[in-house]
Design a protein around this ligand. Structure first.
Ligand code: GLN
Length: 487
């Protein structure tokens, strides 16, 4: 048995049957990190010594029945924009290179209550801005399926670490696709919950009206388990909703008979890679065989989503990142003549190219002369996108699209062309603009053996519907059994 190849629910089963111990699990992951990190470069900070100590502690407490949590002692990896008390939270930025969060994000508190063990903080695009993890100040994470390819982003460290079996599961964040797209590139499962379902308290803000934390896992069951562990109302986040607690694993019925699936034709047109289309068509055929009702329809407004997204996201980012001024915390320039120069130099030196590009863009669209023409218009488009989705969900339970127009691209192939990098987000951003839940699951590989992801979008708070649809197809495709990364 290779421990690190197992899903969390498989690990849990083995723990229950006393086939393995928690210490063995954490040790196996530490060995795996030690042997693979050089190639994959997924971690900004590893917490291996601390993790092992905790595993031993929890193992003992479990034996004495002092701890009962079902997933107590299971390790996890955390994207480095989620605050962890006493541990660096860098957002992969020079600005926060030495920032140690004085408090835990709510999701971390929840994981701590369940005695989940943090194995380390995972690499990302600086402040979650990007789609390849190449904008990290520290390192470029590589795709475990092919080390010359990007893992996607911005949660590239999280997706790569799960794919390379360096952590059993991870948390990412998704503002415009940053959980789903890297999951698609790395052949794992990524879920972006409905806006408001998971507390954003302690998630370093990029674009507050779009950001959500969510699970990156090896399969759909693990996704629903991790979702169970992190949802819930939080008074510290005013956008967090009050809802009755559900057990999302109960949604996994392995049955899509009668499920109405809408396929927007705009997502299967020009610009979408042929092999991606082929793989999705096969998935659609499978759904038909299983009794789902598939219908093509038009989601015309989606072509404006990308523009609206980049205006709104940059506007909010320019405001959110105003706090990094070199005074309160974060990087401070070494030499300056006066206060203005201190601000200017600290921000110029502390932020990377992409972050600065977005701050400038965002400041521009919010400036008095352009506010109506750009920001206000983008907000109107946002309303139209929501309405269009609402119309879709009057007819369908689920909307099915590719997660990304292509498979993972070569490292370095898009960094000189920001617009091309933005265009790669075309399939995912609408979901954030409309505040909906979306899941990406692997459905096959292309001729070069790179994973292809499919996205299922649900109506607000209908995570159960997309989880079940994803799970049902996963049982048929058996991606994990049939395809494996190169190492
Ligand atoms: N790639 C998108 C962007 O660069 C999405 C980022 C995200 O979801 N954090 O904005």
């Amino acid at each position: 048995m290779n421990i690190t190849e197992l899903t969390v629910h498989e690990l849990q089963e083995k723990l229950e049957n006393k086939e393995i111990t928690l210490t063995e699990i954490t040790k196996a992951y530490i060995d795996r990190i030690n042997s693979k990190e050089n190639d994959v470069q997924a971690f900004v900070t590893t917490l291996t010594d601390e993790a092992l100590k905790k595993a031993e502690e929890i193992q003992n407490k479990k034996e004495n029945e002092e701890i009962t949590g079902e997933f107590a002692g299971i390790p996890i990896g955390i994207k480095d924009n989620i605050c962890t008390k006493g541990v660096k939270t860098t957002c992969s930025s020079k600005m926060l290179e030495n920032f140690v969060a004085p408090y835990n994000a709510t999701v971390i508190e929840k994981l701590n209550e369940q005695n989940i063990i943090n194995l380390g903080k995972l690499n990302m695009d600086e402040f979650a801005m990007g789609g390849s993890t190449e904008y990290s100040y520290f390192k470029k994470t590589r795709n475990p399926w092919n080390l010359n390819k990007v893992p996607g982003g911005s949660s590239g460290g999280s997706a790569a670490a799960v794919a390379a079996n360096m952590v059993p599961w991870a948390l990412g964040s998704d503002t415009g696709g940053s959980i789903r797209q890297p999951s698609s590139f790395c052949g794992v499962v990524g879920l972006k919950p409905t806006y408001g379902l998971v507390s954003r308290y302690g998630l370093v803000a990029f674009a507050s009206s779009l950001d959500q934390i969510g699970p990156i896992t090896k399969d759909v069951r693990d996704s629903s388990i991790l979702l169970n562990l992190i949802v819930g109302h939080d008074e510290k986040d005013t956008t967090s909703v009050e809802m009755q607690k559900k057990d999302y694993t109960k949604a996994l019925k392995n049955d899509v008979n009668g499920l109405k699936i809408g396929v927007p034709k705009e997502f299967f047109g020009e610009g979408i890679n042929e092999e991606v289309k082929e793989a999705l068509k096969k998935a659609i055929e499978k759904y038909k065989e299983l009794g789902a009702k598939i219908e093509e329809f038009s989601l015309d407004i989606s072509k404006y989503s990308l523009a609206a997204y980049y205006i709104i996201a940059c506007a909010e980012a320019s405001s959110n990142l105003g706090r990094f001024d070199g005074i309160r915390y974060g990087y401070r320039a070494k030499e300056y003549k006066n206060l203005k120069e201190l601000y200017k130099k600290s921000r110029s030196e502390g932020f990377g190219e992409e972050v600065k590009r977005r701050i400038i863009l965002g400041t521009y669209v919010l400036s008095s002369g352009y506010y109506d023409a750009y920001y206000k218009k983008a907000q109107k488009v946002r309303t139209l996108v929501m309405k269009e989705f609402n119309k879709g969900f009057e007819k369908y339970d689920v909307i099915l699209t590719p997660t990304s127009p292509t498979v993972a691209f070569d490292i370095g192939s898009k960094t000189n062309n920001p617009l091309e990098m933005y265009l790669a987000d075309i399939c995912t951003v609408s979901v954030n603009v409309a505040g909906l839940p979306g899941i990406s699951i692997p459905v096959g590989v292309d001729k070069q053996g790179m994973p292809i992801g499919m996205q299922l979008i649900g109506n607000k708070f209908q995570e159960e519907t997309i989880l079940n649809a994803a799970y049902t197809l996963e049982q048929q495709i058996k991606f994990r059994e049939n395809y494996k990364p190169s190492f």
